[in-house]
Design a protein around this ligand. Sequence first.
Ligand SMILES: Nc1ncnc2c1ncn2[C@@H]1O[C@H](COP(=O)(O)OP(=O)(O)OP(=O)(O)O)[C@@H](O)[C@H]1O
Ligand SMILES: [Mg+2]
Length: 378
Amino acid sequence: MKIIAIANRKGGCGKTTTAINLAACLGKKEQRVLLLDLDPQGHSSLGFGVFNEHARDLYDVFTGEVKLEEIILPGVFTGVDVVPATMTLAAAEHLPVRSDERDRQLEIHLAPIRHRYDYMVIDCPPSMGLLCFNALVVADLVLIPIEMSLFGLHGIDQMYQTIGQLRERYRRDIPIRVLPTLVDSRTRLCRQFLHEVGERFADDVLPVMVQFTVRLKEAVRQGMPIVAYDPTSTVAVQYGRLADVLMSTLSESPKTENVGHTETRLTTMRRAFEEAQPRSGRHGGLQKVVLRFYDFAGKKVQLAGSFNDWTPDQGVITRIEDGMVEKIVVLMPGNYQYRIIVDGAWQEDPSNPDQMSNFSGGYNSILHVEAEHETASV
Ligand SMILES: Nc1ncnc2c1ncn2[C@@H]1O[C@H](COP(=O)(O)OP(=O)(O)OP(=O)(O)O)[C@@H](O)[C@H]1O
Ligand SMILES: [Mg+2]
């Protein structure tokens, strides 16, 4: 069993959302997965619609009342079992234990069930307490989601330091991977953050990012992972890619941390950087705007909006590459509404959370064109 601990002291950066959706994607890929909720808020079980405030959790396991296998909720999703958490778990931080076993309780209790699963995904709480330490000690890989907003990088250096100390104390490698989350690459600030994250964490940054979308919140409200709620959405594809990348990273032996992989990571980050860079060659106040669509391979995609009198593709340049469709328009800075037409059917841009309702009961997507930047869509 390979163990992925999802940790970041910063609250609200997408740890739980990533834990739920990564577990579900691994399950869909025919892996046997155990999702371990280490956060007393219990949001991971909520995300699969199985939250029960009276459930037994790791607290009861750590006190010796039950065995870990007795509290597993089986089959909450294809291939996925869950170890739930409740408020009681908060008390586990203060249980009296032998000091040499404090950080290794989880490891000890996991031993009898390791053979049953291919992957365990751990949703850590937003603090570096005992529970989080137990997860880091047992992890084969620590996944740090970083929210692409003003305080997104806060506390990351300290996490790196802590993991470094654990590496030394337990004499083993604990690889770290950074996942940019809540990405809205239309905003200049977000593009600057992507750039900074790429520079600071270099090869640790994954070649995948998770965009900001209301679909994820809707899915949690329905108690479903996004692969079940909206399997064709961009974000479902992104979480699927995350599962693929982590599976291949974890199947490599540490020494073969291979060139191909690093290359892919760098290429992807370079693309993100390019999107984050201001472009030269502007014409007066006009800006070149590029909208990219990744999920409509083989389909005809057109663009219509307030900038071209809602006439599909009028004044729009189309480029198609490896199944990705690029729509290029030249516009003055300002706000515009638009929709896309996929094989003749009008719809909002699924990768753009910024939208408003229109007269026909649907939604128009909003495009903000800034004075000095190219605007791009993930
Ligand atoms: N990519 C995304 N797009 C839009 N909303 C998101 C995205 N990822 C997470 N969210 C929302 O942001 C909020 C915080 O996400 P989440 O609970 O996954 O963070 P967390 O790191 O687990 O928080 P905590 O530290 O409190 O445990 C939730 O309401 C979630 O639905
Ligand atoms: Mg959480």
